[in-house]
Design a protein around this ligand. Structure first.
Ligand SMILES: *[C@@H]1O[C@H](CO)[C@@H](O)[C@H](O)[C@H]1NC(C)=O
Ligand SMILES: *[C@@H]1O[C@H](CO)[C@@H](O)[C@H](O)[C@H]1NC(C)=O
Ligand SMILES: *[C@@H]1O[C@H](CO)[C@@H](O)[C@H](O)[C@H]1NC(C)=O
Ligand SMILES: *[C@@H]1O[C@H](CO)[C@@H](O)[C@H](O)[C@H]1NC(C)=O
Ligand SMILES: *[C@@H]1O[C@H](CO)[C@@H](O)[C@H](O)[C@H]1NC(C)=O
Ligand SMILES: *[C@@H]1O[C@H](CO)[C@@H](O)[C@H](O)[C@H]1NC(C)=O
Ligand SMILES: *[C@@H]1O[C@H](CO)[C@@H](O)[C@H](O)[C@H]1NC(C)=O
Length: 358
């Protein structure tokens, strides 16, 4: 049951903006989804046969956390007289009784993240999610959680900087700080996280450039979600050598200059959203990978004519509206399956689905 819910959640999360594209669960996603499922499956379920009792140090820490959160009703099951491995919003390792997951979401909780979370040394999964009254900064005690591989602090009202100390959490595979009030620039040190598969910093108030260091991650190149911020400047050239596994979302920022080097025949990336920025480049000579299924470039300053290579792609979404394109829209492939609103407001684009070229 838990697995099903979490699985569904991840699909929704990745496809939140693409409800109509649910069918795109292509083979490229399966490895990441099954990884999450494996992680979830490997977490013990307290309802199954005998398991170790909750570690007493961990129990003390959890009670401190409850107190620091002003004893919310959401944690009413955190009763000191009961084995803490049966409590709500957390999980123990069934053999050791150590707390390995703390996942608090959608509760009426006010306050700050208790620094005591850093005293749960076996924690692998930490989530504070959909808690609009959770405020303040990310406590530095979090760096003590060396086993942490999943950290989601999202849809809360956290503020302050995205701390550079997060780069100390070397086992992180998933870092999600989206939908908060974080300010300041993206710490370059995040590129030192060697196991990262996805980095969500979208929907904050981040400023400054995309760090140069992101042109070379210590391990895999994680999928990058940076949309809905106030990032500015150009995308580092070194991004041309990167192979994002599936997503690159830089939309709704103030990024400028060339972005043509992000594309290329052999790239694995499937979803690219650069919409609502100030990108300015000639698209005529750009080569696209056949892996690309989602390309949103609307509201930029892109010029030139649309290359014929686009007709070779299995596009599910394509939007080049509000740019400075000219010439005939190539005919064929999926390009005519999109309506005129994918093409309107350009300098002199013409041909189906726009009016015929003169
Ligand atoms: C949240 O809790 C506060 C105080 O405990 C209460 O006043 C408020 O009505 C609660 N809000 C919701 C949505 O339950
Ligand atoms: C947030 O706090 C305010 C003020 O205490 C309260 O009215 C509101 O119900 C809380 N909302 C939630 C979702 O906890
Ligand atoms: C939390 O964020 C929401 C939406 O950004 C805002 O309306 C609300 O006032 C904030 N609440 C607090 C307690 O800061
Ligand atoms: C990091 O994760 C790997 C694989 O999940 C695990 O073998 C290793 O023990 C972890 N490191 C720490 C410090 O927990
Ligand atoms: C990207 O990765 C794929 C599969 O691992 C590989 O075939 C391709 O050559 C790589 N492309 C680039 C530009 O590195
Ligand atoms: C793409 O991959 C093919 C075969 O794997 C290789 O011959 C070609 O040089 C690559 N092109 C680029 C631009 O990396
Ligand atoms: C393309 O972008 C424009 C401008 O934001 C919007 O009006 C239109 O609905 C979009 N079309 C699609 C198919 O996303």
């Amino acid at each position: 049951m838990v697995v099903v819910i979490e699985f569904d959640y991840h699909i929704k999360h990745h496809f939140g903006k693409l409800q109509k594209m649910k069918s795109v669960l292509s083979s490229k996603f399966i490895p990441i989804f099954s990884l999450f499922c494996l992680v979830l499956l490997s977490l013990p379920s307290p309802s199954l046969s005998a398991h170790a009792k909750c570690n007493s140090d961990d129990k003390k820490v959890l009670l401190k956390i409850k107190q620091d959160l002003n004893n919310p009703y959401h944690l009413a099951s955190w009763n000191p007289d009961v084995d803490c491995c049966t409590w709500y919003a957390m999980k123990c390792d069934r053999n050791t009784g150590r707390v390995i997951a703390l996942t608090i979401f959608s509760g009426n909780i006010s306050g700050q993240i208790p620094p005591a979370v850093g005293d749960l040394p076996y924690l692998q999964n930490l989530e504070f999610h959909k808690l609009t009254n959770l405020t303040g900064q990310i406590p530095s005690t979090i760096t003590k959680l060396v086993r942490l591989n999943f950290l989601r602090l999202s849809w809360t009202n956290l503020s302050g900087p995205v701390p550079s100390f997060l780069s100390q959490l070397k086992n992180l595979t998933f870092l999600d700080l989206s939908f908060n009030d974080f300010t300041g620039s993206i710490p370059p040190s995040l590129s030192e996280l060697p196991n990262l598969l996805a980095l969500h910093l979208d929907r904050n108030k981040l400023t400054g450039n995309i760090p140069e260091s992101f042109g070379k991650f210590a391990g895999n190149t994680p999928d990058l979600y940076l949309s809905h911020n106030m990032l500015s400047g150009t995308i580092p050239r070194s991004f041309g050598d990167l192979n994002f596994s599936s997503w690159m979302d830089f939309s709704r920022n103030k990024l400028e200059g060339d972005a043509s080097f992000l594309f290329g025949k052999n790239k694995t990336v499937q979803f690219i959203d650069l919409s609502r920025n100030l990108f300015q480049f000639d698209i005529s000579k750009v080569e696209f990978s056949e892996n690309l299924v989602y390309l949103d470039l609307n509201h930029n300053k892109i010029f030139g004519s649309l290359p014929v290579g686009l007709t070779q792609l299995q596009l599910q979404l394509f939007n080049v509206s509000y740019n400075r394109l000219c010439g005939q829209i190539p005919q064929g492939g999926k390009l005519q399956s999109f309506d005129l609103y994918s093409y309107f407001h350009n300098r002199c684009l013409c041909g189906n689905p726009l009016t015929a070229c003169k």
